[in-house]
Design a protein. Structure first.
Length: 1010
């Protein structure tokens, strides 16, 4: 059943009326249309051909006269029928077609251009390159608009049935009793110009009633001897019956059935769409009976082909107004048309910015056996959600058998395609459906798979949906209903595990597939082979550090912003998980949600390469890939002539600067159709087809969280555990190094013992589980700086503007550590306050370190938890860099955009390579020892550690070695909670929980009271 088209009256209208809708033609074939652009009302030019009713409404305008100008042109507003929006544009030259406040009243004469005068300026609506725009110019520069009216157009059966779902309802003004067209849910049957009108019922047991049809009877109205005698085609009654048939030629109709002429049960609804008061409808009848003796009936159309029968009002002397047949005959007869309207159902108003779980809400469905017999049964699928299977199929083939219940009637060769039904778990992305559309008409697509929702025989694409219950909607043109509940977890990462903070996440792979026992983890077996072992804890398994990789496709997977995250898994020993072995990083893994909390399937992702086609064959670009800019998909083959080597940058680049592609030196990965599975026989890991039934379920068990040491303030020697006499120091260029006595400092001096002593200061004790400290030295500072309590603080050099901030370790660029001058303000705030703008970055405190406890007492890993991750690059003069005019030390590109750089989230631990200190991930972290020393000469501005000890307890502070001295205790807000002279060398004083400052004769210590 195809939708009907709206025709346009080709005669231009000059006398416009505010009670009518019109087309604003830019030509005889095109007119202005209200549409959506980026979610906003917008005006464009559209074709007047093959218009359905919805598109016609978007192109119809009410032209309302506002005033009359002295010059003769009237001023109008133009209101769109579909949206109710007024034609208005921003008041500026070149304003786009987006509806905006500014110009909303237009001087105009039909057949001329619109214009608006603002003082001495004139604005007009013009077509510029086919686009509707405002021009600041005279009326002559505008687009001529000619007015056309829509013709009354016939509705198809599909148009009618779309009004409320699978049916429509008619309403007659000043209705009469026993009107067969009203008070019923009507269905139009047929796909021709005329169709039958019927209504159905459903009896108990889900047995459908026979249709009840409306048709023209052979009886006609007669009152007080005044009647239509059957010769005029008017005055006939309407009736209904389940059997409407034409008698065979050798039978009298009155003895056979009740249809006295073919076409008397066929109707066509005519829609008038030009009335501002509302659409109205006429009902045309294909044919009515003709008789001279009330016995033999023939076709009235055969008697008078120029006469057109309609459903009409009729009145007879002495009788009431009745619903009957009326005849339209040009210049002779015009029937009294009823005012008929269609009662449309409540249109759905769906949020197109969320995803939905869609479930089957039908009470009954058809059941078809293989022999094609059909009946209605209770819907066994009601309440189940639409989704996809492992192979990302939205439907699957099912062979028919007797009594088979089906959903999607795509019948042929003995099978059906049935939708995939699920439990609707929100964590499974293929259970999500997204909608597009407006004004009650929508397309419903799967969030992962480029496919539309199919219910019964209908694909929901540009379909009207009507509200029939809470979150429940009828699909126009069908008897099908669905329930749509917004998804609460609509994160772009749903469907795949995403690690928000990688640096603090260490995991073991726990096998949780049924039938394998408990406490099974992935371990390293013989010769680097992976294996699974039962009866152990996570801490006995391999602990992995997830490293995020780039999955091709902009992270966009499916119909909206759904993102797939994939990770390489690096072990403590630096090896990577490679399914069967611990080896190099050949693969990455996406953790596919299964619908069971914390259970995943590990989908394998391969590194994608671009192959370069040369005269001598192909070679793989191992260092870079060529990527489509729009889709972010790797271009797998390019010709050698498309790339060139840049000797300045030491990298390849594209020959065509305007290419749709780009070169990326970041590795790209692509999910394949394989997963990690357990070989039960050998207790090893293997690969299996993604949808193959296997032991393939894993959970991620986080390892023991790091514990952090509480250190005392004072002078310390911080050394690696290499026992080589080397300790942390600041070299002559300000970099952090590990050197021993006598080694060169990089300046005209060698290391002396005092150079190896660092000052350790408390940074923040607010979190007792992770106390933070500063590592600093006063070496190299002026007396003035020392007097001002300034020091050189150890930081990541991404948090400074130092040159040479990188070092290369095993071919990988790493961020160096170095010392930057700063001073502490208030209690915990370290600010780098330079004398010159080019000394250091003035951003606040990235210098706080934490000491991670290890299995060996007295050995620590040093972590920089507050490291700045992304920031503007330092200007080094390398190719493509320019100085930032707002901050001369930073780099911008040729368009003055900041050039940014990022430190990987995992790279926050101290390590050493050839005496150079740098940042690495936890697996590569070095271990350090911390030794208390006396105050060195170079740090003479700092007091040596006091003999007074302050120990925090539960609601108390114990002060040792302070007998006879004044002790004050204050909160972080400065409120004094104790001020007394203690009499004992082991005095206990009450204190509130949290951070407090204990001062003994002017020396303050910061502690955390429990």
């Amino acid at each position: 059943m195809n939708a009907a088209n709206v025709d346009v009256n080709p005669t231009a209208v000059t006398d416009v009326k505010g009670t009518k809708y019109y087309f604003l033609g830019t030509s005889t074939t095109e007119a202005l249309q209200m549409t959506k652009h980026d979610g906003k009302d917008s005006v464009k030019v559209a074709s007047l051909s093959n218009l359905d009713f919805a598109h016609a409404d978007s192109m119809l305008w009410q032209i309302k006269k506002v005033s009359q100008e002295v010059s003769g042109s009237a001023v109008y507003t133009f209101v769109n029928k579909a949206t109710g929006s007024t034609l208005k544009f921003a008041k500026k030259d070149g304003a786009t077609s987006i509806i905006a406040s500014g110009l909303d009243q237009w001087a105009w004469t039909p057949g001329q251009a619109l214009y608006n005068k603002q003082g001495n300026d004139t604005y007009t609506v013009a077509l510029v390159g086919g686009q509707v725009k405002v021009k600041k110019a005279g009326q002559s520069a505008g687009q001529v608009l000619t007015v056309y009216s829509p013709k009354a157009s016939a509705m198809s059966a599909a148009d009618l049935n779309d009004y409320s779902g699978a049916y429509f309802e008619l309403s007659f003004a000043s209705d009469v009793k026993d009107n067969p067209f009203t008070g019923k849910k009507l269905v139009a049957e047929g796909d021709g110009e005329f169709y039958k009108l019927a209504y159905y019922g459903v009896k108990a047991g889900y047995k459908k009633d026979k249709p009840v049809y409306i048709y023209v009877d052979n009886a006609y109205y007669s009152y007080q001897s005044v009647s239509d005698n059957g010769k005029t085609g008017a005055g006939y009654k309407f009736t209904t019956d389940t059997i409407v048939a034409t008698a065979p030629a050798d039978k009298e109709q009155k003895d056979f059935g009740k249809l006295y002429v073919e076409g008397a049960n066929m109707f066509k609804v005519i829609k008038h769409i030009d009335d501002v008061a509302g659409d109205r409808f006429d009902i045309r009848i294909k044919d009515v009976p003709y008789t001279t003796d009330n016995k033999a009936f023939t076709s009235y159309y055969a008697q008078n082909a120029n006469a057109i029968p309609y459903v009409a009002w009729a009145s007879f002397a002495g009788g009431p107004k009745v619903l009957s047949t009326g005849i339209y005959e040009a210049d002779l007869r015009v029937p009294e048309y009823p005012v008929i309207t269609l009662k449309e159902g409540t249109k759905a108003s769906l949020n197109t910015k969320v995803a939905y779980i869609v479930t089957d809400a039908r009470e009954t469905i058809k059941s078809i056996s293989r022999d094609g017999n059909e009946k209605l049964i209770a819907n066994p699928f009601k309440g189940q959600a639409f989704g996809a299977d492992c192979d990302n199929n939205l439907a699957k083939r099912q062979w028919a058998n007797s009594g088979w219940s089906e959903q999607n009637l795509e019948y042929g060769e003995g099978y059906y395609y049935l939708p995939i039904l699920t439990d609707g778990n929100e964590s499974v992305a293929t259970n999500h459906w997204v909608v597009s559309g407006e004004n009650g008409s929508y397309t419903i697509k799967n969030r992962v798979i480029e496919g539309n929702l199919t219910v019964g025989e209908i694909e929901v694409e540009n379909r009207k949906l009507y509200v029939v219950g809470e979150n429940t909607y009828a699909i126009a043109g069908t008897a099908d209903t669905i329930k749509m509940v917004p998804v609460t977890n609509v994160s772009k990462y749903v469907g795949y595990k995403h690690f928000d903070v990688l640096s603090t996440f260490r995991v073991a792979l726990n096998v949780v597939s049924e039938g394998l026992g408990d406490d099974i983890f992935v371990v390293e077996g013989k010769d680097d082979a992976t294996a699974v072992k039962s009866g152990i804890t996570a801490d006995e398994a391999i602990m992995f550090y997830p490293e995020a990789v780039h999955v091709e496709g902009n992270g966009v997977y499916g119909t909206d912003s759904l993102t797939v995250s994939a990770y390489r898994l690096k072990a403590d020993n630096g090896k990577y998980f490679d399914i069967e072995y611990m080896a190099s990083a050949n693969h990455a893994y996406a953790f596919l949600e299964t619908g069971v909390e914390s259970q995943y399937k590990m989908i394998v992702a391969d590194k994608v390469r671009t192959r370069i086609n040369t005269a001598d064959g192909f070679w793989n670009s191992n260092d870079f890939v060529v990527v489509d800019k729009e889709t972010d998909q790797v271009v797998e083959i390019i010709d050698e002539s498309e790339i060139q080597w840049n000797s300045t940058t030491g990298k390849y680049e594209l020959v065509d600067e305007d290419s749709d592609n780009k070169i990326s030196y970041e590795a790209y990965y692509r999910l394949n159709d394989r997963k990690v599975a357990v070989n039960v026989t050998t207790s090893t890991l293997t690969q299996a087809a993604k949808c193959y039934e296997s032991r393939d379920l894993f959970s991620l068990v986080e390892g023991k969280k790091d514990a952090y040491a509480e250190m005392s303030m004072g002078h310390k020697i911080i050394s690696t555990i290499a026992d080589d006499g080397k300790a942390v120091t600041m070299d002559g260029e300000g970099f952090a190094s590990t050197l021993r006595e006598g080694q060169s400092l990089g300046e005209s001096s060698a290391v002396v013992p005092e150079n190896l002593s660092m000052w350790l200061d408390t940074a923040c004790l607010a979190d007792p589980t992770m106390p933070l400290y500063y590592i600093a030295t006063s070496r190299g500072l002026s007396d003035e700086d020392k007097a001002a309590n300034k020091m050189n603080y150890l930081v990541s050099l991404t948090d400074s503007v130092a040159d040479k901030k990188y070092t290369v370790v095993s071919g990988v660029k790493k961020v160096r550590l170095g010392f930057v001058k700063g001073e502490i303000f208030a209690t915990d705030t370290l600010v780098f306050g330079p004398e010159k703008a080019d000394t250091v970055d003035v951003e606040a405190s990235p210098a706080a370190v934490a000491f991670v406890l290890t299995d060996n007492e007295g050995e620590y890993m040093i972590e920089l938890p507050n490291l700045t991750r992304t920031q503007q690059k330092v200007y080094t003069g390398e190719d493509g860099q320019y100085r930032d005019p707002n901050n001369y030390n930073y780099a911008v590109d040729e368009w003055n955009n900041p050039i940014m750089e990022t430190v990987p989230e995992t790279e926050r631990y101290f390590a050493v390579n050839n005496d150079v200190m740098y940042l690495t991930n936890r697996a590569g972290a070095y271990k350090f020892t911390v030794e208390v020393v006396e105050a060195p000469t170079s740090n003479e501005g700092i007091e040596a550690e006091s003999a007074v000890k302050v120990i925090a307890g539960n609601g108390t502070v114990t002060v040792q070695g302070a007998a006879g001295q004044t002790v004050t205790i204050a909160t972080v807000l400065g409120k004094a909670v104790a001020d007394e002279v203690v009499a004992s060398d082991n005095a206990t004083i009450a204190a509130p929980a949290g951070v407090v400052f204990v001062t003994v004769n002017g020396e303050t210590t910061k502690v955390v009271v429990k």
